[in-house]
Design a protein around this ligand. Structure first.
Ligand code: SAM
Length: 247
C-alpha cells in the first residue's frame, strides 16, 4: 500500500503519496566566483519560495502567477534537477518565446546556473532552490506546463536505493496533472535499468503516449552524459506526450 503524508493546505488537509527524497543534501561550499554570481544575480533568477539555503522544502502555497513571475504569459517548460543549467540556458537562447523554470537543490549548481543565465542575459528563466517534486505539487497549477524535463536524474543504482529514484509514480502522477493535453514529458538517462523502469511505468499509463523521437535536440551534453559514455553506458532519451485516455 502506498504510504501517505498529510499536509495542511489552504483547502484543508491533503494526502500525498510519500516519496523518499531523490537527493542527499550536500554542503553549501561554493567557490568565490559562485558566491559572486549568487550575490550579483541571485535575486534576478531565484524565486523566494523556499527557506533556501536553510531548507529545500517547498511548503504548500498558492501556485505561481506566471505574469507576476515572468512579466508575461507563455508556454512554460519546467526542468527538475537542472544541475548547472546547461539545458535551460541553451533552450532559453533558442526559444525566447518560452518561459523556463528550473528546480535544483545543490547550491553550487544553482550558482553556476545563475552565472550562466546572467552572462547570456536571459530574462525568461527562473530557478527554484528546492525539491522539484514538491515544487510541481505546490507551485504549479493543473495543466500549467507545456513540457517537463528530467535529464540524468540521480540513478540510485543499488537495489536498496531504488526507492529514491525521482522518476517514479509520484512524479508521473504530478506530471500528468501539471502538463496540459498535448504537453510533453522528456526524460534522459545513462542507466539502462532506469530507462527500462521509466518505459515500463509510462507505457502502461493511459495518460501518456510514447513518441519515437530519439535524442531531444535542445538537450546539450553535460558532464553526466559524458561520464556515462566514457564508462560505456548507453544513453536513452524518452519522450511521452500527455493525452486524453478517452481519445
Ligand atoms: C545527475 S544530476 C543531472 C543534472 C542535469 N540534469 C544534467 O543532465 O546535467 C541530477 C541533479 O538533480 C538534482 N536533484 C535531485 N533530486 C532533485 C529534486 N527532487 N529536486 C530538485 N533537484 C533534484 C541534484 O541535485 C543534481 O544536481
Amino acid at each position: 500500500m502506498t504510504e501517505l503524508t498529510t499536509e495542511l493546505t489552504e483547502a484543508g488537509p491533503v494526502d500525498w503519496p510519500r516519496a523518499p527524497a531523490s537527493f542527499v543534501r550536500r554542503g553549501g561550499r561554493m567557490t568565490s566566483a559562485q558566491r559572486r554570481w549568487l550575490e550579483q544575480s541571485g535575486a534576478r533568477y531565484l524565486l523566494p519560495v523556499s527557506n533556501w539555503p536553510r531548507s529545500t522544502v517547498i511548503a504548500p502555497q498558492p501556485p505561481l502567477d506566471q505574469t507576476a513571475v515572468f512579466g508575461r504569459q507563455a508556454d512554460l517548460v519546467v526542468e527538475l534537477g537542472s544541475g548547472q543549467g546547461e539545458a535551460l540556458a541553451q533552450a532559453a537562447a533558442r526559444h525566447p518565446e518560452v518561459n523556463y523554470l528550473g528546480f535544483e537543490v545543490f547550491a553550487a549548481a544553482l550558482a553556476m546556473t545563475v552565472g550562466r543565465l546572467a552572462a547570456a542575459g536571459a530574462d525568461h528563466v527562473r530557478l527554484v532552490a528546492g525539491d522539484g517534486l514538491q515544487g510541481l505539487r505546490h507551485l504549479l497549477g493543473e495543466a500549467s506546463c507545456q513540457e517537463i524535463w528530467v535529464f540524468f536524474p540521480d540513478p540510485w543504482p543499488k537495489a536498496r536505493q531504488r526507492k529514491r529514484r525521482l522518476v517514479a509514480p509520484p512524479l508521473i502522477d504530478l506530471a500528468a496533472s501539471r502538463l496540459r493535453l498535448g504537453g510533453v514529458l522528456r526524460l534522459a538517462t545513462d542507466w539502462t535499468d532506469y530507462a527500462a523502469a521509466m518505459t515500463a511505468l509510462l507505457d502502461c499509463d493511459q495518460r501518456f503516449r510514447r513518441l519515437d523521437q530519439g535524442r531531444f535536440a535542445d538537450r546539450p551534453t553535460t558532464k553526466y552524459e559524458a561520464r556515462g559514455l566514457r564508462q560505456g553506458r548507453l544513453i536513452t532519451d524518452l519522450t511521452f506526450v500527455r493525452h486524453d485516455p478517452a481519445d
